[in-house]
Design a binder for this molecule. Structure first.
Ligand SMILES: NC(=O)c1ccc[n+]([C@@H]2O[C@H](COP(=O)([O-])OP(=O)(O)OC[C@H]3O[C@@H](n4cnc5c(N)ncnc54)[C@H](OP(=O)(O)O)[C@@H]3O)[C@@H](O)[C@H]2O)c1
Length: 306
């Protein structure tokens, strides 16, 4: 593993797959949705031994072609596993997989549980507490990057948890992402994710608003995007989303329903600290309204109501 100038940013090992996977325990993977599906596929393709579960089993079956065992319940998935990855929609779904009927908790002593969904600070703390009561090591490691980076194994892993698990998880994170940042104790990864996604939703809202504003001014919005691209103002993400907005192509990479959830999680976290995120708060009512019809569309669909 090489380390960049930043002490905590670690790039993927260049060691061959066999070396990287041989010492890694069996991995259970719960949640094979838009992100989890390609992440699990990358692990299986890299030779990790994998057991997967998804509530809707048809979204997991393709992984059998990569050698993964398809489990019927979280409890079955975790049998014999040393590492468990959860990539579920939110905190309630993740807790249910842990402690609900056929939940995984208490099924695999010594388990390292790597929680990678975006679930917010309160839920991460709550899951860390139930893990501790069951003797499970909890690692909080949400990701930056959407469907394309997940498919390409190019995510950035916002990892947090005990130092002692970093070595065993390095090859796993290496298969999923292009870099891992270890941020501190479990929970700090989720805090960093809240910061990034607050920035992300504000940027998408600003993009939608200015394109709409340009059109109302009688300007060609596409020409304004070209102008933004020619200046330091045009961030690659905003320019990409502007392209989707102007094309009316809302094929989901990051579903609006999850973006609304993340904006709400950031606003709640700020409120819990006695502070506010006025920009993020201001976009939420319109985004919720837009999500009535566009919940499963990409978040760039907020342009239709801007
Ligand atoms: N897409 C992105 O760009 C992106 C980027 C970074 C992080 N994230 C975060 O990663 C997580 C997964 O996102 P995604 O884009 O993969 O979403 P997704 O395609 O909607 O997948 C959600 C997953 O959660 C499962 N699930 C939802 N509700 C459930 C419940 N009540 N009980 C059990 N399982 C349930 C789904 O199972 P079914 O298949 O049965 O519905 C599916 O496996 C979210 O927290 C999201 O915010 C997403």
């Amino acid at each position: 593993m090489t380390t960049t100038q930043s002490a905590s940013l670690q790039h993927t090992s260049a060691a061959p797959f066999g070396d990287r996977t041989a010492k890694t325990p069996l991995i259970a993977f719960l949640g094979t949705g838009r992100m989890g599906g390609p992440m699990a596929a990358n692990l299986a393709r890299d030779g990790f031994r994998l057991r997967v579960w998804n509530r809707t089993s048809s979204r997991a079956t393709a992984l059998a072609e990569h050698g993964a065992f398809i489990a019927h319940t979280p409890a079955e998935a975790v049998q014999g596993a040393g590492i468990l990855i959860t990539m579920l929609a939110d905190g309630p779904a993740t807790e249910r997989a842990a402690t609900g009927p056929d939940g995984f908790l208490d099924r695999s002593p010594g388990l390292i549980w790597v929680q990678m969904g975006t679930i917010g600070a309160k839920w991460s703390a709550r899951l860390a507490a139930i893990a501790a009561r069951s003797g499970v090591t909890y690692v909080d490691a949400p990701v930056s990057g959407s469907e394309g980076p997940a498919q390409a194994g190019q995510l950035i892993i916002l990892a947090s948890g005990p130092d002692r698990v970093q070595d065993v998880l390095a090859p796993v994170f290496g298969a999923l992402g292009r870099a891992t940042v270890w941020l501190g104790p479990a929970g700090d990864g989720t805090k960093a994710k809240l910061v990034l996604n607050s920035w992300l939703v504000d940027l998408v809202e600003a993009t939608a608003e200015v394109l709409s504003f340009a059109g109302r001014l009688g300007l060609d919005p596409a020409a304004m995007v070209e102008l933004l691209k020619a200046t330091p103002l045009g961030s690659p993400y905003a320019v990409q989303k502007a392209g989707s907005m102007l094309a009316g192509d809302f094929t989901p990479a990051f579903a609006l329903k999850h973006a609304v959830k993340d904006a709400e999680l950031a606003v709640q976290a700020a409120s819990g600290l006695g502070t506010r995120l006025p920009l993020t708060e201001a976009l939420l009512p319109r985004w919720r309204d837009t999500a009535v019809e566009h919940a499963d569309d990409d978040l760039s669909s907020v342009y239709v109501t801007a």
